[in-house]
Design a protein around this ligand. Structure first.
Ligand code: HEM
Length: 538
């Protein structure tokens, strides 16, 4: 029989998978009136002007005129795929989350992206990659909105507009389109030195992944898990690709940007269509939920820091298989809306100031990008859990809500739902104590170390990886017009590692500055340069 098809949210439909754009015997207007002709406008005689009364003409052109919506302010270029997540049951002692229970299958939609380029930019540029997963769980949607790098440029979301203004193309010439090779980027990261750790990840081979299928994913922030007994732990989320981590060579990346700017998008779709389904394992690093929120001296609220895997191994909790390409790019990949506040019972946020700001930003931007507050009703965004809310009206309202009393308690409508108890899969905010402290615009002192983990990263690299990093800094900084910016970034490199600094300085034809601070004693972390890992048997 005909292959089974599903709507973008996974609900089964009757339409065959091979459905064509137009079906039925007649083309119609949007109002269903059958058309005799869609190729000629209504004119005053064959040589006369077009008549304003031509409704079909106006409907067709007007709809076309409004086909575009704003691209995402960041992560504009992306590619998505549907799949299934299966829990291992290994996190049951730590979290109530039902989708992690052993054997539980949950539909997912993943959108991979570059950060800086616009919708039509090339896939293989040097950039961070987004790795955003929507889990349509029975207990409500869970969005894990991560990147392919475990750290971020800034520690406080209030700087996000600033780093993006610096990293996007220059306001005057609008170049470069999608790379870090420009003055404002290096100006920012050399002045806001907390960005140095993320920057060295970008300059490494991680900045030019071979395929979405060979990327790790990271939730970056520390999250809080809560179990049935109300006990909590702090965790960091990791996606490990079954194929291992692989990157392009810089020359390959540059050639591909010309030969096939859709290289990653094509690779994802071709692999799925060929039945070579991409797979990842989801894992967590687990830390005790102590009042200090630190582990091994590392501040878990600082998103510019990793916790090395030797100190806290990644414990597998489930696996994801991507097995279906979208039917329609716009409906699914373009209109999908992720949000860190979409949490199921058993997972909660922490006070990481970057995470806290993101909780505001995504819904806010989506109100513009998707025109109003009803985008959760767009098929790709609809939860698979039953929805019973008191939200009403607004632009693009599709629901026809019955009844007169969208408030509770009420005495007019029969339905008068009460809050769900824990046993009913209710989301309960973890009652974390908020310290009594003066209001202050400041970071904790533990956020001040900007260089030791960048040094740890550098020291963990193999010789060939180091060579790639030196070449990347030399190429990208070499595109700067302003010598003072190159010199300031070289100073940052000196504070990461003198050898790195000397090699990049040689490449740029500039003197290598001396380090201005004591270099951290770091223990190189072999896990960082490991390109594959043992994968559990099926
Ligand atoms: C979009 C990741 C920090 C604002 C995205 C996307 C990803 C992502 C993966 C693309 C989602 C998609 O495919 O639709 C991250 C990570 C961050 C981070 C891992 C740090 C750990 C921030 C911060 C802000 C921010 C600090 C603002 C304060 C946005 C906005 C979008 C976006 C406005 C566009 C969302 C949309 O239009 O739907 N981010 N981001 N991000 N991010 Fe972030």
């Amino acid at each position: 029989g005909a292959p089974e098809t599903r709507t973008p949210t996974g609900a089964k439909t009757g339409a065959p998978a091979s459905a064509k754009a137009q079906q039925g015997r007649f083309l119609t207007t949007a109002q269903g009136a059958r058309l005799r002709d869609t190729d000629h406008s209504l004119k005053a005689g064959p040589r006369g002007p077009v008549l304003l009364q031509d409704h079909h003409f106006r409907e067709k052109i007007t709809h076309f005129d409004h086909e575009r919506i704003p691209e995402r302010v960041v992560h504009a270029r992306g590619a998505g795929a549907h799949g299934v997540f299966t829990g291992y049951g290994t996190a049951d002692a730590l979290t109530r989350a039902g989708f992690l229970k052993k054997g539980k299958e949950t539909d997912v939609f993943v959108r991979f992206s570059t950060v800086l380029g616009s919708r039509g930019s090339a896939d293989t540029v040097r950039d961070t990659r987004g790795f955003a997963t929507k889990f349509y769980t029975d207990e409500g949607t869970f969005d894990l909105v991560g990147n392919n790098m475990p750290v971020f440029f800034i520690q406080d979301a209030i700087k996000f507009p600033d780093i993006i203004h610096a990293a996007k193309p220059h306001p005057d010439r609008e170049i470069p389109q999608a790379q870090s090779a420009h003055d404002t980027f290096w100006d920012f990261v050399s002045l806001h030195t907390e960005a140095q750790h993320h920057t060295i990840w970008n300059m490494s081979d991680r900045g030019i992944p071979r395929s979405y299928r060979t990327m790790e994913g990271f939730g970056v922030h520390t999250f809080r898990l809560v179990n049935d007994a109300g006990e909590t732990v702090l965790v960091k989320f990791h996606w490990k690709p079954k194929l291992g981590v692989h990157s392009l060579e810089w020359e390959e990346a540059q050639l591909l940007a010309g030969i096939d700017p859709d290289f990653h998008r094509r690779d994802l779709y071709d692999a799925i269509e060929a039945g070579a389904y991409p797979e990842w394992e989801l894992g967590i690093q687990v830390f005790p939920d102590t009042p200090e929120e630190t582990f091994a001296g590392i501040d878990l609220l600082d998103p510019t820091k990793i916790v090395p895997e030797e100190l806290a191994p990644v414990q597998p909790v489930g696996r994801m298989v991507l097995n279906r390409t979208p039917t329609n790019f716009f409906a699914e990949t373009e209109q999908v809306a992720f949000h860190l506040g979409h949490l199921p019972p058993g997972i909660d946020v922490t006070n990481d100031p970057l995470l806290q700001g993101r909780l505001f930003s995504y819904l806010d931007t989506q109100l513009t990008r998707l025109a109003g507050p009803n985008f959760p009703q767009i098929p790709i965004n609809r939860p698979h859990a039953a929805v019973n809310d008191m939200l009403r009206d607004g632009y693009h309202q599709h629901a026809v809500h019955a009844g007169v009393a969208p408030y509770r308690p009420n005495s007019l409508d029969g339905g008068n739902p009460f809050p769900a108890g824990d046993a009913d899969h209710a989301f309960v905010d973890v009652p974390v104590t908020v310290a009594e402290a003066p209001k202050v615009r400041a970071n904790p002192a533990s956020f001040d170390d900007h260089f030791s983990q960048a040094r740890l990263f550098w020291q963990s690299m193999s010789p060939v990886e180091k060579e790639h990093i030196v070449r990347a800094y030399t190429f990208e900084l070499g595109k700067c017009y302003h010598q003072a910016i190159k010199e300031r970034q070289l100073q940052c490199l000196a504070d990461i590692d003198p050898v790195l600094c000397a090699q990049v300085a040689t490449g740029l034809g500039l003197p290598a500055p001396q380090s201005t601070r004591p270099l951290a004693e770091v223990t190189p972390s072999p896990a960082l340069s490991q390109v594959g890992r043992e994968w559990p048997a099926d």
